[in-house]
Design a protein around this ligand. Structure first.
Ligand code: AHR
Length: 483
């Protein structure tokens, strides 16, 4: 049976913030070191130490924002150790992630250089757990103050005459856990204090983000909103997709059918979490001024055999592409509350866009979904009538006179036919692409990097402003309809 969806192209909903397509890059395993930073002397082609293959790949998917330096690492990071001549920088032991000693060669200047190369906005996560108010205040001054001041002058001495724009700033990370094991009431008061000193040195105010709950900790949301809502622009939420809970992590590849579905069910929980947290937020913020910032999400498996357990390196399959598509659709549906999201993590860690090995780099199935979905960035969400069939989902948006329809079929076998009736929209032309797997753990390797790729999609037709799509199992597609 075909499902028919009426697409109300004249009924535009909220804007899907491009920042929903954000990335998270922590000092963790091989994300920053190796994945992004190889150093100026490396044989791997780089621009002032930042690898160019990674930059090029990220530019292609229009990465809008990169969250840095953590994660748990953020609450142990002391930014002053990561500036100035590289040979003089203090080392840091990354106690959370593998206990490795880092040379601090990737610091504030290198981060802003990465953003410039990629064309992304800054989301810096400050240290509340083990840092002082003064340290945080000075970091903001160092980054954003254009005039004469001790911090601004220091930045200039270190080679950056111009201040940078810092769009987003996080006040602590997981303060209920690795960021200080705090109670919500205590954190909320600390948040109020620390954020006071995150000064606006320019006419573009810094968007300040409070540490929000872990998954379904609704009490955390309630208390922090009650005490601190007027002082924040956003509050975070973390939710990872797991096959069988935190204590029984399962492999990323070579898994049984039931794990295909249990992972997807875990990802789909995002909808309930956003709905319930947003209802609590509504009590203290009925106008939805405060954004829900899902700054950590994605699938979390056991690490690949033979790799450091603290490095969280995992493969990425067509199942992860399903997780990405379904989660992005959920963010779209909640576009009036979810203002940013940052998938964990950008390179070589958890549900990564890119994997590297020496000078080689591959794009993951998740990367290709972000590529398919880039048409939704900053588009208007379009209202629809009709339900998706079991194990399928869709999202529709409109931008610059074009309608983008993304569809996903997460059945293991069998094509699905889907019909979209766009009666109010005269379709003159179309283009479409698909990302598909031929088995549940289809994935790319360094030897065979195109097993799962974005290819042209042809199994659709347009007639009388009706779009009919025949979508294979285990696939995601985007059809771009031009008016
Ligand atoms: O993304 C990995 C870790 O998961 C982050 O450092 C932390 O915030 C979360 O627990």
């Amino acid at each position: 049976i075909t499902m028919t969806i009426r697409v109300l192209t004249n009924k535009e909903g909220p804007q899907i913030s491009k920042h929903i397509y954000g990335q998270f890059a922590e000092h963790l395993g091989r994300c920053i070191y190796e994945g992004v930073w190889v150093g100026e002397d490396s044989d791997i082609p780089n621009n002032k130490g930042i690898r160019l293959d990674v930059v090029e790949a990220l530019k292609q998917i229009n990465v809008p924002v990169i969250r840095w330096p953590g994660g748990c690492f953020a609450d142990e990071y002391h930014w002053k150790d990561g500036i100035g001549p590289k040979e003089d920088r203090k080392t840091i032991v990354n106690t959370h992630w593998g206990g490795v000693t880092e040379n601090n060669h990737f610091g504030t200047h290198e981060y802003f250089h990465l953003l410039e190369l990629v064309g992304a906005d800054a989301y810096v996560n400050g240290n509340v757990g083990s840092g002082t108010v003064q340290e945080m205040q000075e970091w903001v001054e160092y980054i954003t103050f254009e005039g004469e001041s001790p911090m601004a002058n220091w930045r200039k001495e270190n080679g950056s005459e111009k201040a940078w724009e810092m769009k987003f700033f996080g006040v602590g990370n997981e303060s209920w856990g690795c960021g200080g094991n705090m109670r919500p009431e205590y954190y909320a008061d600390l948040y109020r204090r620390y954020r006071t000193y995150v000064r606006n040195y320019t006419d573009k105010p810094v968007y300040k983000i409070a540490c929000g709950p872990n998954v379904d900790d609704y009490n955390w949301m309630e208390q922090v909103m009650k005490i601190a809502a007027p002082y924040m622009d956003g509050i975070s939420l973390h939710h990872y997709s797991l096959v069988d809970g935190w204590t029984n992590k399962r492999p990323a590849t070579n898994f049984p059918e039931k794990e295909w579905f249990s992972l997807i069910d875990s990802a789909k929980k995002m909808d309930e979490l956003i709905t319930k947290h947003s209802t609590i937020m509504d009590k203290y913020d009925p106008d939805k001024r405060v954004g829900l910032i899902v700054d950590e999400w994605g699938s979390w498996f056991s690490v690949e055999n033979g790799t450091n357990p603290g490095f969280l390196y995992q493969q990425n399959t067509i199942r992860d592409a399903m997780v990405a598509s379904l989660t992005l659709n959920i963010f779209h549906r909640h576009a009036n509350r979810v203002k940013m999201a940052n998938i964990a993590q950008m390179v070589n860690v958890l549900q990564a866009m890119l994997l590297t090995e020496g000078d080689k780099m591959i794009k993951t199935p998740t990367y290709h979904v972000f590529d398919l979905y880039k048409h939704h960035q900053d588009a208007e969400l379009i209202d629809t009538y009709g339900e998706a069939k079991t194990n399928t989902d869709f999202t529709v948006s409109k931008k610059d006179g074009q309608v983008a329809v993304s569809v996903v079929n997460y059945n293991i076998d069998g094509t699905e036919e889907m019909e979209f009736d766009l009666s109010d929209f005269d379709i003159s032309d179309s283009e479409a692409w698909i990302v598909a797997g031929d088995k549940m753990d289809a994935h790319n390797t360094f030897e065979n990097s195109e097993v799962v790729a974005k290819t042209e999609f042809k199994d659709f037709s347009v007639e009388n402003n009706k779009l009919t799509v025949t979508l294979p199992a285990m696939s995601v597609a985007t059809i771009l309809l031009k008016g």
